[in-house]
Design a protein around this ligand. Structure first.
Ligand code: HSE
Length: 452
């Protein structure tokens, strides 16, 4: 059978990996797909570099639209990134009846509803395994492998840059700014690492997994996002002493009403979290990714691997190429739906819960004057709010410094771990504790996930 013809838009790190893995493993990929898969056309602004990567025999152009207009191309791989031109090109490729393979999590997390609807109407596939956790086949696992399950929650380390930074802060006791520079020097973090360190990249990925797991629309705009810039090496050390590690987690959860058992909504959030050190995911170090999925039938499952990089991400891109090749002649109604659920089926209206209604436990660190009665005031406020304390740590006074009135006082840290409470209740309690004259600095509050 004639090979399927693929056009590649953007031959950077992932594009060049895709080209070379496809070539290296050509025979095996052909046996798996049932026919050859050939990249026959590449569009890149740097035509000379693109030509040097693919050699002769491949058409190289600087105009992506020439690829989309080519009637011989069956699949377009979009590796340009971002929401701008990439969005236009993906929509144009769909309109031209091309299947699309993309690694663009930002595009799908923000414009996925529009893109999947257009693809559905046109009867083409948009495949995006490479968009979430690089080489880990988590989209396939969620859409197909776990399809028997009612998914209860997903928690993932889905940004390698931030996991590298947190690992280095813990292992070397360094502060955030110092490690960020090292991450940039090593090429993990972008020159502008904002999307990584502010949690936006992880939020794009958890948004896509949430839609697949729960059959709800892609709704990045409703995700709660906090990054790691405010974390201190000191909190990482205290957490360690209490048996926890701090990880930037993307979390999505089906929240159930404890009394009625009915679903209250979906939690969709990215923030630093304390995780018990004994959990496997707490031991995922450096730039590696890991995703834990809890299903009602299967129990807890863990997926681990490289979340970025040329060939790991190419591995996912090519898996999609093989899937599309196997299925492109199938009746579109018989294909796996883009987001696992058939569009329009009932049950897609669960709301994303506001953070105030999310129930979780907390790590609190209060910098206080080391004076009689301070601890009882703090614990009294928690007791008033019906927030139960799980563990506590108080250091000896470590510093004499000025309080709000300019008086010299001995100071210390009180660290408290709480049991579960509503975030709204915790917000009120933190505001009351913060107002105590003996609380000398802004209270540090980090959420805690037992993941059991
Ligand atoms: N910047 C991402 C990360 C790369 O650090 O994980 C893959 O999305």
């Amino acid at each position: 059978m004639k090979s399927i013809q693929v056009g590649l838009l953007g031959i950077g790190t992932v594009g060049s990996g895709t080209y070379s893995v496809l070539k290296r493993n050509q025979a095996e990929i052909r046996r798996r797909a049932g026919r050859g898969i050939d990249i026959t056309m590449v569009a890149d602004l740097d035509v000379a570099r693109a030509r040097s990567l693919v050699g002769e025999g491949v058409t190289v152009v600087n105009d992506a639209r020439a690829v989309i207009a080519n009637p011989d191309i069956d699949i377009v791989i979009e590796l340009i990134g971002g929401y701008g031109i990439a969005r236009q090109l993906v929509m144009e490729a769909i309109a031209a009846g091309k299947h699309v393979v993309t690694a663009n999590k930002a595009l799908l997390a923000v414009h996925g509803t529009e893109i999947f609807a257009a693809a559905h109407a046109k009867g083409v596939m948009v495949a995006f395994e490479a968009a979430v956790a690089g080489g880990i086949p988590i989209i396939k696992a969620l859409r197909e492998g776990l399809t028997a399950n009612s998914i209860q929650w997903i928690a993932g380390i889905i940004n390698g840059t931030t996991n590298f930074i947190l690992s280095e802060m813990r292992n070397k006791g360094l502060d955030f700014d110092v490690v960020l520079k090292e991450a940039q020097r090593l090429g993990y973090a972008e020159a502008d690492p904002t999307f990584d360190i502010e949690g936006v990249d992880a939020a794009h990925k958890i948004t896509l997994m949430s839609a697949i797991a729960f059959g709800v629309p892609v709704q990045f705009d409703k995700a709660h996002i906090e990054g790691i810039t405010a974390l201190s090496a000191q909190d990482i050390r205290y957490a360690e002493q209490l048996g926890y590690r701090i990880k930037l987690l993307g979390i999505t959860k089906r929240s159930i009403d404890g009394k009625t058992g009915a679903p209250r909504g979906i939690e969709l959030r990215v923030h630093p979290s304390l995780v018990p050190s004994k959990r496997l995911i707490a031991n995922v170090e450096g730039a590696m990714n890991a995703v834990v999925v809890q299903g009602d039938a299967v129990g807890t499952t863990l997926y681990y691997g490289k979340g970025a990089g040329s060939e790991p991400t190419a591995s996912a891109v090519i898996a999609d190429l093989v899937d599309v090749t196997r299925l492109h002649t199938a009746d579109p109604a018989h294909r796996v739906p883009h987001l696992a659920f058939h569009p329009g089926a009932p049950g897609d209206d669960l709301p994303v819960l506001p953070m105030a209604d999310v129930v979780t436990s907390y790590y609190l660190r209060l910098r206080v004057a080391d004076q009689a009665g301070v601890l009882s005031k703090v614990t009294g406020i928690l007791a008033d709010a019906d927030i139960s304390i799980d563990a506590m740590l108080q250091r000896e006074a470590d510093e004499i410094a000025a309080d709000a009135n300019g008086s010299q006082v001995e100071q210390t840290d009180i660290i408290i771990l709480t049991h579960d409470t509503r975030e709204g209740t915790m917000n009120d309690a933190v505001a009351r504790m913060q107002a105590l004259p003996s609380v000398l600095q802004p209270i540090t509050r980090i959420r805690k996930e037992e993941l059991a």
